[in-house]
Design a protein around this ligand. Structure first.
Ligand code: NAD
Length: 280
């Protein structure tokens, strides 16, 4: 196994008893996190928009040894309140409890003040941040019953500005502050609320943002990113998955309100040099 490819195997405490809801579980960081939880024997509520891709994540979890009985898949859009209700209700119907919410689903809309429309600006906020507020509003009563926790997937873009990523940076900065505010609100109920702030992780998000046209390869992504990340390479989805699993586990029982960088040191050297964003 190479460091660059990573492995989902780990050993954090208490995860085998937890029911974990993951949004955006059909690809990238969400799918990687699902595999890490699967290796720990967690019960999984896998949520995403694409049933076929969600099935692939479920198959991978089963390959890693998780019983099919410990998986429920729910198709839906985080921008739709009824779909968020379905995520939660179908999970509760199957498992009867909820211990962890991994709020991961997100998109990256490139653009700046001059190029972005208000609709683009608002859609980015809705998908990345407002949906997390709505999901946590629904899920918090269940998390209070289990003294559970939340791990949101923010970004180093929440900590530092990135040129031509205005609405994305605002969405993640908003998420960071939302996590801090909610962590204060629910600490008395025994619920912990944290987020991770990844640097560049090798997923499809770069294709979706148009950075490489439609020709992204690991080598191209790594060559671009390695210059800006002091560790010298792009991250993999098991590195973020393990940070998420740690924060969700009983090993992190005294940690709340944290924004944990998983970025190979990138935020230490931001702002990033010129990156060829599609909509600059
Ligand atoms: P990805 O495109 O592989 O995954 C994004 C997931 O979110 C997909 O499963 C997608 O279907 C889902 N999603 C998007 N819009 C949705 C919607 N409206 N409803 C339901 N699901 C929706 O990319 P990724 O890199 O795995 O991104 C996951 C999260 O990580 C995002 O929040 C992203 O901002 C964050 N992030 C990624 C990186 C990176 O370098 N890859 C860095 C920092 C933060």
């Amino acid at each position: 196994m190479s460091v660059a490819a990573g492995t989902p195997k780990g050993s954090y405490v208490g995860l085998e008893k937890k029911v974990v809801l993951i949004t955006g579980a059909s690809s990238g960081i969400g799918a990687g996190a699902a595999e890490v939880f699967a290796c720990h024997g967690s019960s999984l509520i896998l949520c995403g928009r694409n049933a076929e891709n969600l099935q692939q994540t479920a198959d991978k979890c089963i390959e890693l040894g998780l019983s099919p009985d410990k998986i429920v898949q729910v198709v839906g859009d985080v921008a739709e309140k009824e779909d968020l209700e379905a995520y939660l209700n179908k999970g509760l119907e199957k498992f009867g409890r909820l211990d962890v919410v991994v709020a991961n689903a997100g998109i990256g809309v490139p653009g700046n003040l001059e190029t972005l429309t208000l609709e683009q600006y608002e859609h980015q906020q809705l998908v990345n941040t407002t949906s997390v507020f709505s999901l946590l509003k629904l899920a918090m009563p269940e998390l209070k019953k289990t003294r559970g926790n939340v791990v949101a997937v923010s970004s180093i873009a929440g900590l530092k500005p990135i040129d031509s990523m205005l609405t994305y940076c605002v969405s993640k900065a908003g998420m960071d502050q939302m996590i801090r505010c909610i962590s204060l609100e629910v600490a008395k109920d025994g619920v912990r609320v944290n987020c991770i702030n990844p640097g560049a992780i090798y997923t499809n998000i770069f294709n979706a943002m148009g950075i490489f046209g439609d020709g992204m390869t690991y080598e191209k992504a790594n060559a671009l990113v390695s210059k800006t990340h002091p560790i010298g390479r792009i991250g993999n989805v098991y590195e973020t998955g393990k940070a998420i699993a740690f924060l969700a586990s009983d090993d992190a029982s005294f940690i709340t309100g944290v924004t944990l960088r998983v970025d190979g040191g990138a935020a230490l050297v931001l702002p990033l040099p010129d990156i060829p964003l599609g909509n600059k």
